[in-house]
Design a protein around this ligand. Structure first.
Ligand code: DC
Length: 242
């Protein structure tokens, strides 16, 4: 019988806003499946670059997609996407080359529609593995992938803080430029979902953010200091975070 308490959590936010560490921490605490949808786009970008596909050509992209099979491997609390049976993770997909190209491929409709069903099907993967829920991080999880999620979070941080985080990780990543590209695309643009729970992580450490998110999921209560306003037109992440 399906677990009636199973929950779907959408956690969106800009580059280096703290999404991955927070989602991983929450998943561990609550025994949820953790899914990093950014890694899906990064893996796809790696695959397309290796195959010499031009990001401007929908035909080339579609022909490459027609040869792909996606599958999932669950390692601990994490879901790992495999392309044609092979995982692609770690430094390979966080290289400067991938950072510079991922927004270009992520803007392409054929790639987004190819990943959409795979991402939605992660709920079944989580249930089959008896997790208590699923937390998926990305840019369009609350708006497109799981618009009916039990909770939708939106993390932000100022540009300076985000750049510093990437530097500390030893990464070359133009975070604001990438967010602007992601926010301006026509397919599934990166904008906060209506009534998402907005958390600015500038002055919070990782444990505080994990505590906050976990507390909201468990109690259903949002502290008064946190905003949940509807999305407004001028509310693009690049406008609010730079
Ligand atoms: O979360 P990340 O920085 O690793 O994501 C890499 C890129 O993938 C990001 O610049 C935009 C794209 N992305 C997306 O378009 N939609 C998602 N749900 C997740 C990521």
């Amino acid at each position: 019988m399906p677990d009636p308490d199973f929950k779907i959590i959408a956690l969106d936010g800009g580059a280096a806003s703290g999404k991955s560490s927070t989602s991983r921490g929450v998943a561990k605490r609550l025994n949820y499946l953790y899914v990093n949808s950014g890694a899906h786009y990064r893996t796809m970008t790696y695959f397309m670059l290796e195959a010499g596909i031009n990001h401007r050509s929908d035909e080339e992209i579609q022909a490459a997609l027609d040869k792909l099979t996606l599958s999932t491997q669950v390692e601990g609390n994490s879901s790992i996407m495999h392309i044609n049976g092979e995982a692609c993770a770690g430094e390979i997909i966080t290289s400067p080359e991938i950072n510079a190209n991922v927004s270009l491929f992520a803007a392409k409709r054929p790639i987004r529609s190819f990943l959409l069903e795979f991402q939605r099907a992660q709920v079944e993967v989580a249930r089959e593995h008896n997790f208590k829920g699923i937390i998926m991080e990305g840019r369009d999880i609350g708006t497109v992938i799981f618009p009916d999620a039990n909770f939708k979070f939106f993390l932000s941080a100022s540009a300076g803080v985000r750049e510093e985080r990437r530097e500390r990780e030893g990464q070359t990543d133009l975070v604001v430029q990438r967010d602007t590209l992601d926010a301006k695309r026509t397919t599934a643009p990166f904008v906060p979902a209506d009534h998402s729970i907005r958390i600015n992580t500038d002055t919070l450490d990782l444990q505080e953010v994990i505590d906050l998110v976990t507390g909201i999921i468990l109690t259903g209560r949002v502290p008064g200091t946190i905003t949940t306003q509807p999305f407004s037109k001028d509310d693009t992440p690049s406008a609010s975070e730079s």
